[in-house]
Design a protein around this ligand. Sequence first.
Ligand code: BGC
Length: 900
Amino acid sequence: MKPLFLSIAADQISYDNNENFTDRKSYTFNSELELKENLELFKKQIHNSIDAIVITSQGESQLKENIFNYQNKKVDFANALENVFHVPVINNIEETENEDLTELVEKETKYSAWHLDYYGLDHGKRQYGQESMQTIGNGYFGLRGTYLEAKADDDNYPGTYVAGVFNQLGTPINGRNIINEDLVNLPNAQYVTFKIDDGEYFKIDENLIKESLRSLDMKTGVLTITQLIELADGKKLKVIEKKVADLNNFHDYYLQYSIQPLNFSGKIKILTEIDATVTNTNVERYRNLANKHLATDEIKNDNKTQLLFAHTNQSNIKIGIKAAIDYQNINNPSYAVDNGPEVASQTIEFDGKEGQIYTFEKAVAIFTSLETQKNLPEIIQKHQFQPDFETAENSAQLAWKDIWKKENIVVAGDITAQKLLHLNSYSMTCAAQTKANENLDVSIGSRGLTGEGYRGHIFWDELFDMNFYVLHSPKLVKALLMYRYNRLGAAMDYASDDDFQGAMYPWQSGMYGDEQSQEVHLNPITNKWDPDNSRKQRHVSLAVAYNVLTYYNISQDEEFMQEFGLEILLNIAKLWISMAQLDENTGRYSIKNVMGPDEFHEGYPGKDNEGLKNNAYTNIMVSWLFKKLAQLLKDQPSDVASENLQRSRFTSQDVEKLDDIRQNLKLDFKDDILGQFEGYFDLKRLDFEKYRQQYGNISRMDRILKAHNDSPDNYQVAKQADTLMALFNLREEDFFQIMDDLGYPVKNTDKFMNDNIKYYIERTTHGSTLSRIVYSMLLSRIDDDKTAWKLFYEALTSDYYDIQGGTTAEGIHLGVMGATLSVVTSVFAGVDTRGDTLEINPNVPEQWEEIDFNINFKGANIAFQITQDTATIRSDKDLDVKYTDKNLPLTANQEIELTY
Ligand code: BGC
């Protein structure tokens, strides 16, 4: 082991490679800088490679090691150093020398890999963001990681969301009644607080909280919040609160609240509520819009059980919440209940003795009429909870163990990446998991169930997540795709409203599958509502088709394809047939009035409402879909194919058109650069530097330009990958085959890749978290590993550091999380599951020693261990694997090792 020894003081770090500090050096903090920036400068000073950091000074916290003062605030130095050095940080103070460093390092490596900790209180959007990150959930509900004692205010937002519970409200804006459909913030049943004697009920207040540690254990799904409290009158207490979601009985979550008077004895009164006065106010810019979605119907409350019934005031979803309370070590408590019109509250009062720990427990079940159509009141009244928190905690641990067995991606050599890959899988599971989703008619919103950003809507972002889900839980993906199948009718209505045929899925989908995109969008720079044309992103239907085909390829679920999948595909194809217009003179087809994934381009300069013509991404994906579909129709038994054609009203002329259109859609080129859309090359380039100097962060160039009465429509500037998204989705050989099919053969494919990737990245501001991860994948294809790694890391840490400066407050970004996991397995480990045969072509970043994981592929479960120069593969079924164009037959349960 090569440790670096550190001693931390208020204004500097002393360090040495040996624990006796015989060659002591130091780094003095620059007080103008944030700790992270200082540590990055400090890192530059360290020339030799290290694999652990040992802090030898005594920390300043009772709750966690390695907490030190930095600029008058106590900070978790272990965390901060790990985030910069990516190696484990331990504490071994000089007095307790001789502890086994290797053991301590191993312990910390494990701890850090599985814990997302926040030491101390934060404020505003930062704390909101941390709550989003520490959400617990199970696919059915998400419960934000708020302090139990908090009510919604500027620093705390105790949101509760159940998948699919949407409601619409209207708000007058600029003389129009604008209707918005929101994922509803449900009654807050996680509220628990206390008071001592005749004092006030305790509220989250940094003057009273001397220390606090919020620790999410991703391995077991338990969030633990510990606080050392000193009340205004000097009374000290320690409070430990825990939350856990039940993954099997997915209606339920459990709370445990332990309170310990440290320097006094007195009356302790615990207050807990189900609070239905809550509104949707997580997103600051929506706060002036109508936000009261719930009407309370009935409250029933006895000493130990609370019931609250409510409904959403437009969609009329019935909601029932049951809470059961219990306690340990509390003698002769006195109960009281109090029902306000919208709040069920209970108190327990008892005599507290100095030093004793009193434990209060609350179990909560949420039912809605969406999944519980019959007898909701009866079912909820009869509903039984697990006997206590500990049992619930143990069963959650077992359920998570099963999940991690399937989806754990282990990377060796980078403690930060390991933590965040766990966080991404954890968040993906909280957003959707088979046990719940099999029973639900829902899909995944772009923010999961962690906040109200984008109103909980479902976008094309599904495409970035499905690959991860399907490799680990194919059944889950089937359930998610059924959300789309069940809304095929709505998509057909949407198409016919626009005078098209087939199915046009909405850009933003909620409850009914109709279009839920906003018509106006608030520009925070000007505070004005600008028109929003993002709904013209018709490519969302291509993402749905892509997901159906990804699922089918990996699961080989014929039944799904025959009953549902083919019908979805045929209807989507029908849309594009009806959108494609033939120019008789050129024999080429054009698709007009669309937008690509780059949301900066809503149309041509000065033309507000016509969208764009021949968006390359759209046209290429249409061509790809038509080819796949034609093949699929041939491969299916003829009765199945014809039954599906009939059901989808897909005529023989339509079948013929598939071939004609897919070979003749129009693309635009300048030399070998593929134009984002027709006319793209007529646009001006933008001087990024000029704006960077004025604004610093220029990622939302659209807002900046609009604030200058200008428009991104006028320039070659993109929010995210657009043209090149086709190369993210498709295998290179398929992509170039399509270019051939379209009559635009590419002779030098390497040059094409190089030129196009470089061309577009220079014109992209990464205004969406979905951008960097796509470019990371693309750059690694052209061997720019350095930039690929940089962008990968920015994508990996995007919610952790809230790189968009406040959007994590409104919920995590599930798309980038899923895509990041996917890039690790498909690009870095190089396991490509998009073809008929599994292909392997590893490209492990030099920063990592090894990547281990399992996947499902065509009924086989395959384990991979990929290092810098070897790949060890073991499948539980016979299987062919393609490696550098050679087919390697794998025999069931026999490990093979490739050296490359
Ligand atoms: C991105 C879209 C994405 C949406 C929801 C936007 O910022 O540009 O591609 O679908 O966020 O995540």
